[in-house]
Design a protein around this ligand. Structure first.
Ligand code: ADP
Ligand code: MG
Length: 308
């Protein structure tokens, strides 16, 4: 009998401890929920983070939970791997200059279809399935992202002169008209943006999704911009995670080549956004389940934080 009581008491203590730690997690979130109330947070969901598949439901739940706590989330998505796969399937050949894909007329049509038709609707559907109400737009809707052709220069080894490189329909934001996003947010809906821009003659431009996220965050004077990717964050020369850095430190790492490839547009846009009035930008590992909630509502800051 005495033994039985001990077992019961032991179990009760364990149950209590579990309750207490669950309650602690919820209470820990309170100051953050108050801090972010009615603040705009732009989240870029990377093509690579997305291609994993499993994380999509977690991501959707996190966005819905953010919305329900009073945050105004704005989602911007990428789609590089999915575009590459579709171009291959349709047997549209890709040309590269210095590792950069040239987007010709045939390719831009596929890019727009994949981004606005397929990926955008997948994300809208998963947010809605998680109990939210999302609306998808591209940069063409409401002239959200007016774009110009991206100017790239390249050293010509023969003449040692810098020459422009023609990447086709690859653009950069020229002007952001955020009214359409404001209208969607005012209706308690969650905007989901495909990184397509419209040129002055109505032409279609593919824009790096990180760059679109930064430009939208700047125009919306967002509290935060979060870039979800498939690495832990920004790594230093020895491959160690850099937990936080200032704008000037970020510039140094770009100049000395520590930051390269797909991390470049992220850091450049983070620097621009922070200088343009966004309070902070964070690069997060989208492979971690519910990383958005962990970042926003707990004391465990993950990834790399960039501030002024
Ligand atoms: P996404 O689909 O999320 O935009 P990208 O492939 O475009 O992903 O960008 C992330 C990639 O940037 C990483 O997988 C990594 O290969 C590369 N990268 C280059 N320099 C760094 C760095 N210093 N720290 C972390 N990642 C880096
Ligand atoms: Mg990228």
């Amino acid at each position: 009998m005495a033994l039985q009581d001990d077992v019961t008491q032991d179990r009760n203590l364990r149950v209590m401890a579990r309750w207490r730690s669950t309650a602690r997690v919820l209470v820990e979130a309170l100051p953050y929920i108050l801090q972010y109330d009615q603040k705009t947070i732009v989240v870029k969901y990377g093509g690579n983070a997305m291609a994993g598949g499993v994380a999509a439901d977690d991501f959707a739940q996190d966005i819905v939970l953010m919305k329900q706590t009073g945050i105004d989330p704005v989602v911007v998505h990428g789609g590089g791997p999915q575009i590459g796969a579709m171009l291959k399937k349709l047997e549209i050949p890709s040309h590269f200059i210095d590792g950069l894909r040239v987007t010709d007329q045939a390719a831009i049509e596929v890019v727009e279809m994949v981004l606005t038709g397929s990926i955008n609707k997948q994300i809208v559907t998963s947010i809605n399935a998680a109990g939210g109400r999302a609306v998808g737009v591209s940069g063409k809707d409401g002239n959200l992202v007016v774009a110009k052709k991206l100017e790239r220069m390249k050293l010509d080894p023969a003449t040692l002169e810098m020459k422009p490189v023609d990447l086709g329909f690859v653009g950069e934001p020229d002007k952001i008209n955020p009214e359409v996003i404001r209208a969607i947010m005012k209706s308690e809906l969650i905007p989901v943006i495909a990184p397509i821009g419209v040129g002055p003659k109505g032409e279609t431009y593919n824009i790096n999704a990180d760059t679109v996220a930064g430009a939208v965050a700047g125009a919306m004077k967002a509290e935060r911009m979060i870039l979800l990717t498939d690495v832990e964050g920004v790594m230093d020369g020895e491959g160690k995670l850099i937990p936080r850095m200032t704008v000037s430190e970020a510039r140094k790492l770009i100049a000395d080549g520590t930051i390269s490839g797909g991390m470049m547009p992220k850091i450049q846009t983070a620097v621009d956004a922070v200088e343009g009035g966004v309070k902070a930008a964070v690069i997060l590992d989208g492979r971690i389940p519910h990383v958005l909630l962990l970042e926003l509502f707990t004391q465990h800051g993950a990834g790399t934080l960039i501030t002024a």
